[in-house]
Each structure stands twice: as C-alpha cells, then as structure tokens.
Write a protein that binds this ligand. Structure first.
Ligand code: PLP
Length: 454
C-alpha cells in the first residue's frame, strides 16, 4: 500500500481547539448534542490521530461509511493536488466541462448496468437524492402524467438532510419542527427479518411487505405515484439485509404500475457491501442510482446520480431542458480524486477484499451472538451490525451509544451506532489483526453492559 507518513501533532494545541470547536462549530446531526469533542488531525490506513495525539483504530470509515481505500492514500492526495494546480475548478454550466468530469462520467457508465449511461454529479448524497426525486416527478410530467407526484420511501431509511431527501428519510426527528416538509411522501415498512414476528406478525417478510406496498399503492392510486426510493441494504437502519426475493418482487410490482425505482447506494456502492454497485445484483433493476461517500472514499465531497438512458432522454433529450444544478456539480478536483479512488479500488482488488473482510467478520463476530445482550449480528460485505437488546429473555432494543462510547474511551476503536445497532464499516484495507482487536474489544465492552444499556 502507498501511504504518506503519519503526522504527530503537539498536544499543546488540544484544549483551545476543542474549546473553539464547542464555541463555534455546529456539528452535522448533533447540533447542541454531547459536549465531547474529538478533533482529528491525521490518518493513515485504519489509524487516525486526534489533536491530543491519541491514536484510534477507525472501524467506521472515517465516521461515516467512507474511506474505502484507507486514510492517507498517496494516489488520491497526488491526484487532488495535481488537479488543484492544473485547474482547480471550472463550472459545468453553459456547456463547460472538465477532462476529469468527462472521464469519470464515462468510467461510472462503464460500471453501471447496460443502458445506464448518463451521470449527473453533485456534492454529496442528499443533493443526489434530491436530484433523483425531482427527476422522477419530471419524467412523468414530460410523459403527460403530471399527477404522478407521490414518492414511496421506507421507515428507518436514511436518505439525506435537505427538504426532499430529509422527508424521504424515515427518522421522524428529521422532520420535526421544520415543516411543512415535502408533500406527497409516504412510508412503508423496511425488511427487518430479525424483528419480523413483532413488526409484521409473520415470518414471511417479503409476503408481508409486498402486501403492504400493494395496499399503499392502491390507497394513493397507482397513477399518482412517481417513484419508490430504497437502499439495497439499509445502512443507517442498522444493516438491514432484505430476503433475496424482496427487491425482485418489489421491482416487478412497481413496474406493473409504471412506478420508477431509485436505488440509494450512497452507502452500499464502491465496495462497501462487496460490489461496485449493489442494486443490480440484488434484482432492483433501478431506474436511477444515487452514489456518494465511497466514490471518492470521502477524500473530496462528490456524489453521482446514474440514470437509465430513457429517463435522461425524457427529461433532457432533444429540446427538453431541466433547470437543475449546483455550483460544484462535476467539480474537477473532486472528479480527479474520484478517478484516482476508482483506480486504487481496482488496482488493489479492494472490491474483492470486502468479501475477505466479510469472512473475518463472520469468524470473529460470530461469538458475540452468545452474549446475553446481543440480539442479532448482520453482515453485508465489509459492514456489520450488532443489535443490542435487553437480554436473551427480552429482545427489547437498547441504544447502542454506550457501546460505541466505551469502544472509543476504553479501547480506542471508533465505531458508529444507529439506534440499537453498533455498526462496523471499516476502510477496506483493514488488516486481519485489526478485525480481531475490534471483536475482542466488543466482547469486553458488551459483557460489561448492564441491561439498561449503561
Ligand atoms: N443516502 C444514504 C443511504 C446515506 O447514508 C446518506 C448519508 O449518510 C445520504 C443519502 C446523504 O448523503 P450526504 O450526507 O452526503 O448528503
């Protein structure tokens, strides 16, 4: 692996920086939350270091499902620096473009299923979801069906924080107090096999969900629905892996009613669950795919929405014109970094390595299922979810924040929690012993947990 040196930082600057953070910096999704601050300054591979010179093992993908190639990859650093020197930025408006944006669009079209050759770049996932939702409505409008305005999404899904993507998101706090939110968004249940009995009153997950979806479509009126949006595997929901027949049957039902399907692959793409793109393999046959995070491994803010040609042609072919875009759409430096990132993923075989990481997870995390407070362990490629519950007799979910806090403070391992689920989402370059260390630390922390989750 090619990396640059890990920089150490004098601890003398620690206190003022952390105080300044508290005073000035509003943190995403945690405005006004815990007073704890960990100010990161450097990273190499799976190791990151903070301003107090404390070293952590990053098993979270830079805290947010990213960093597939690991921290400090020289190829990405050099590609970004070179592009900044050559042409840092030029707008994509008015027919302008950059060599890197064109190359990246073609590269992504090559990774996408046949007939999905058109790409629109954004600065991240929310903008991408927002774009896809607008395109879904516009597609039907252009085809003479302007009443198709409804969007179906799922409870527990995370799709972003802007108004459209935030309304599609299935976490109620996102919508509280900022309404009215985007109208015409309806939620259906997610596939949650571990909780099938209590959520659906049945072990037939797909059967229940298909019936609920069909009823929802009939209640709203099939001819009023533009699209459904869903992650192939739900990340923020807690690594919810659907039964194999779920997506093919959902796709078939939607197609029967002329409803589009948007695959939100902001988490799953670029190796996270073991493929470049996960939705085609899961039988989603999506009309649009939204990606971000792993596209640059998080080294630069960039998202990409891939469109089936018919969709792009309808909204923007011939004389059609779609007034939509952003200052930083197709930012040349971000695109150069993404190209280097895709190159490293390919050269180092990191997509395949996600399967190796999955095997290590299976070996090392299996033992956790024997612990009284572990309800379920779910693995999808290089990501895993461990659901924390009150105890073996009582599978009531317990917030997993205490586990991740202890992992960080006691063992210097960074994980994320999503409700009751502890999530592992490491750089794909994670080493065998780093997975072992994480599993041992998890065992230690979960064994100490009290049933009230403290
Ligand atoms: N979609 C999914 C599945 C996500 O997990 C996220 C972010 O975590 C988003 C969309 C939003 O992406 P961003 O935070 O880049 O706007």
């Amino acid at each position: 692996m090619t990396t640059t040196e890990l920089r150490t930082t004098p601890a003398v600057s620690a206190i003022p920086l952390e105080d300044m953070d508290r005073r000035h910096l509003l943190h995403p999704h945690q405005w006004g939350a815990s007073p704890e601050r960990t100010v990161m300054v450097s990273g190499r591979g799976c190791t990151v270091r903070d301003v107090r010179d404390r070293e952590f093992l990053d098993v979270s993908g830079a805290g947010n499902w990213a960093c597939q190639v690991g921290h400090g990859r020289a190829e990405l650093v050099e590609a970004g620096a070179r592009q900044l020197g050559e042409l840092a930025y030029f707008s994509g408006f008015f027919g302008f473009s950059s060599d890197k944006a064109v190359e990246l669009a073609a590269r992504l079209a090559g990774l996408a299923p046949d007939g999905m050759d058109r790409v629109f770049f954004t600065s991240g996932g929310s903008e991408g979801v927002e774009t896809a939702l607008k395109v879904a409505r516009l597609f039907h409008h252009r085809r003479g069906e302007p009443d198709r305005t409804w969007i179906i999404s799922r409870t527990m899904a995370y799709h972003g924080a802007t108004y459209g993507s935030g309304t599609a998101t299935g976490f109620p706090p996102m919508q509280e107090g900022v309404g009215p939110n985007l109208p015409h968004v309806v939620k259906v249940s997610p596939p949650y096999p571990y909780r099938a009995q209590e959520m659906y009153g049945s072990a037939d997950v797909t059967g229940y969900l298909l019936q609920e979806l069909e009823e929802t479509i009939q209640r709203i009126g099939p001819q009023r629905i533009a699209a459904m949006i869903g992650e192939p595997v739900m990340g923020g929901g807690g690594i919810l892996v659907p039964p194999d027949d779920y997506w093919p049957r959902v796709r078939e039902l939607l197609s029967r009613h002329g409803i589009l399907l948007i695959a939100d692959e902001v988490v799953t793409a670029f190796g996270r669950v073991g493929s470049w793109l996960d939705s085609p393999a899961r039988g989603m046959a999506p009309d649009m795919i939204v990606t971000a995070k792993g596209l640059t491994s998080g080294y630069a803010p960039l998202g990409a929405v891939l469109f089936r040609d018919e969709i792009a042609e309808t909204v923007a072919g011939g004389d059609a014109y779609f007034f939509h875009g952003h200052t930083y759409s197709a930012h040349p430096t971000a695109c150069a970094v993404a190209l280097a990132n895709v190159g490293v993923l390919e050269k180092d075989g990191l997509i395949e390595r996600a399967h190796v990481v999955a095997d290590w997870f299976r070996e090392d995390l299996a033992g956790l299922t024997g612990l009284p407070m572990v309800g379920d362990v779910r693995i999808a490629g290089a990501t895993a979810g461990i659901e924390i519950v009150t105890g073996p007799q009582d599978a009531t979910p317990v917030m997993a924040g205490a586990v991740t806090a202890e992992m960080r403070h006691r063992h210097a391992v960074i994980l994320r929690e999503y409700g009751p689920t502890v999530v592992l989402s490491p750089p794909l370059v994670i080493e065998r012993d780093e997975v072992r260390r994480t599993a041992a630390a998890l065992t230690d922390v979960i064994e100490r947990l009290r049933p009230d989750g403290t």
